[in-house]
Design a protein around this ligand. Sequence first.
Ligand SMILES: [Mg+2]
Length: 181
Amino acid sequence: MKNKKIGLDLDGVLYPFAEIAHKVLKERHGFEWGLKDFWARELQVKYYEPEIKAIAQDSNTYCIEEIDPYIPVVLNQLVAMGNTIYYITARGKKHREVTEWWLTESGVPFIENLHLGKHHKAPIAKELGLDVFVDDRDFVVRQVGKVTLALRYYSKYMTEEAWRESEHGISSLGELIGMKL
Ligand SMILES: [Mg+2]
C-alpha cells in the first residue's frame, strides 16, 4: 500500500482494551471466565455493556497496557511507503492529553492526526477521504464499509471461530503493507 490515507481505531486495534475491560470486570465481579471465554459469550458481553462503555471512557485505564511492539514497526514502515496515518476514536475530547501521551510513548507516527469523540466513524472517514479504515468491531466495519474499504482487525481476544467467521478481516496490521489498493 503506497501513498494512501489509512485510518485506525484506537481501543481494540492499537490499545489492548479488551484485556483491560476483562481484567477490571473480573476483579469487580469475581467471575472465572478467561479473556477469550468472556468475549466469546455474546449475552454476557451484552449484560456488561454499560460497564464496558464506562471503562472505555475512563482515562485511568488508558495507560495500563503498552502497545504491541510490532505495531509501531508496521506503522512507521507504512509511512516510509508514503502513506498517512489517522487515528479515529470514540474516546472523549477531554482525553486528548492522556491519549497523545500514550501514542507518543508508543512511538507511532502522525499523532497530530488524532480525532477524538467520533462515535460515528463513517462521516469522518468520508470527510478525511480515507482509503482504508481498520476497526475491531463488526458493526463499525459495516458502517464505514459504505464509504470506503473497511477492515476488521482481529484482536487477541477474538476466538478462533469468530476469526474464521468474520468478513473483511485481517489477522495482522502487517497485512496492510502488502495490500494493493
Ligand atoms: Mg474499538
